[in-house]
Design a protein. Structure first.
Length: 54
C-alpha cells in the first residue's frame, strides 16, 4: 500500500532533523520490513523501542 520508498525517505528526513524521534524509527522499520529489508526493519524497531523506554 502506498509509496514505501517515498515513506522511508520521509522518515529518514525526520530522523535527520530529530534523531530521537521514536515514532519515525518505528514507522520506518515497518516500511523497511514491508519492502523486504527485514534486518533494517528490525534494527529500526529496536531503536524505536529504546527511545520509547527513555
Amino acid at each position: 500500500m502506498g509509496d514505501k520508498q517515498g515513506a522511508i525517505a520521509d522518515f529518514n528526513s525526520a530522523i535527520k532533523i530529530n534523531p530521537n524521534y521514536a515514532q519515525a524509527y518505528g514507522n520506518r522499520g515497518i516500511a523497511r520490513a514491508e519492502t523486504g529489508d527485514k534486518q533494517g526493519g528490525i534494527a529500526d524497531l529496536h531503536k524505536a523501542a529504546d527511545l520509547f523506554r527513555q
